[in-house]
Design a protein around this ligand. Structure first.
Ligand code: G3I
Length: 362
């Protein structure tokens, strides 16, 4: 009897020890301890807040994403009352051969904008990036290049007459010192290529607003002085120009002082010109943390407030609807998060900052 009892107890002890050493299947995270996510009342769409103030809140939009990604399409249509054609109306994509234009993407963007009651900024007619090889390698004479550029502008602007409310006619023609950059247009036609481009665009669509657009000329510096003198000269010569686009591609650690941006906007306004923030993003670099996202939000808030307070600023365009399609990683070779919605199309603190700023009474 005692022997049987001893063996039974021994077996129990052995089993109990071995059982505690057996690998146990991972227990699923007990959902009961996950705090319910706070019911976040979705913010009203940016565009509804902007509309109450007669303000245009836009995003750069690319057809390649629009046609492939319904979540992107819905986000753009829901949040923005304006779109800027990011690449599809640039010289190379829309005029790939001397005798051939490709309007597929441009037409689709116009259709999307009309279907979603969005205004369109056309970007851009004259630049020295994304030009087609037939143009860059053509060694054309001045007269030939004048004819090519005039024909291009008449054709593209004429096709979208009445669908594009504002054009970035000439983009980034100046260097950091405010002098004309060495481009195919300056070399081939001479300094008056700029005036000619504005004149031809106006002839092709007298109702569109015509902008000169540039980067790193938002505050008060040599370049923004150069922009001021350039557009003042155009105005004084009777060349049709309506506004200046301040691109606002900024870095977390290099933001144009809001007071300088306000002063720059004011002096351009005194020339009778509108100003628009046309390509805003705020680079964070690889350090994407709650702190850097909060600082980014503060920068968006500050610069939108400067625009809202300025007499002649009623447009802010972010350079991309979501971090998933932002150009920044191409630029830096690193991940980044420069715009209002993250890689998963979720709102970031920057979006909430713009919502709150637009909600403030004037
Ligand atoms: O569409 C072609 C594709 O067919 C090809 O396979 C691929 C690889 O060569 O290139 C694709 O084109 C690229 C295009 O973006 C569309 O994705 C070009 O190489 C690339 O250079 C182009 O970059 C654009 C850049 O302007 C140059 O045009 C960026 O997306 C765009 O965000 C950027 O935007 C500029 C504004 O127009 C002016 N202000 C500065 C701003 C940032 O650079």
């Amino acid at each position: 009897m005692k022997r049987t009892l001893f063996i039974t107890v021994l077996l129990f002890v052995v089993l109990a020890c071995s059982f505690t050493q057996l690998p146990t299947a991972p227990t699923p995270f007990p959902t009961s301890t996950v705090p319910p996510s706070p019911t976040v009342t979705p913010a009203p769409p940016l565009r509804s807040l902007a509309a109450t103030r007669g303000f245009w809140i836009g995003s750069a939009v690319s057809y390649e994403y629009l046609r492939a990604d319904s979540t992107y399409r819905d986000l753009v249509a829901r949040e923005f009352n304006l779109l800027t054609t990011e690449n599809d109306l640039k010289f190379g994509p829309i005029h790939p051969e001397l005798e051939r234009y490709d309007f597929e993407a441009g037409d689709a963007l116009m259709e999307f904008a009309q279907a979603n009651d969005m205004a369109v900024r056309g970007h851009t007619l004259v630049w020295d990036w994304q030009n087609p090889s037939w143009l860059m390698e053509g060694n054309y004479s001045r007269d030939e290049l004048i004819n090519i550029l005039r024909e291009h502008i008449y054709t593209v602007v004429g096709r979208y007459r009445g669908q594009i409310s504002a054009w970035d006619v000439v983009n980034e023609a100046l260097d950091p010192q405010g002098n004309l950059r060495d481009t195919i247009w300056l070399r081939g036609i001479g300094p008056d290529y700029i005036a000619l481009a504005f004149q031809w665009t106006h002839e092709a669509d007298p109702d569109a607003k015509l902008f000169y657009n540039d980067q790193a000329a938002e505050g008060m510096n040599a370049k923004s002085d150069g922009v001021y003198e350039l557009v003042k000269g155009l105005r004084d010569s009777g060349i049709p120009i309506d506004g200046v686009g301040l691109q606002m591609h900024v870095d977390l650690n290099a933001v144009p002082p809001p007071g300088e941006v306000a002063a720059n906007m004011a002096r351009l306004g005194e020339l009778g010109l509108e100003v628009a923030i046309t390509e805003m993003d705020v680079r964070l670099g690889p350090e994407i943390t709650p702190e850097t996202l909060q600082r980014q939000a503060e920068i968006y808030r500050e610069l939108l407030s400067v625009c809202l307070r300025a007499e002649k600023c009623n447009t802010l365009v972010v350079w991309g609807a979501t971090d998933a399609y932002s150009w920044l990683p191409e630029l830096t070779g690193m991940p980044d998060a420069g715009v209002l919605f993250d890689l998963h199309y979720q709102p970031k603190p920057a979006l909430e900052a713009l919502v709150k700023t637009l909600m403030l009474t004037e």
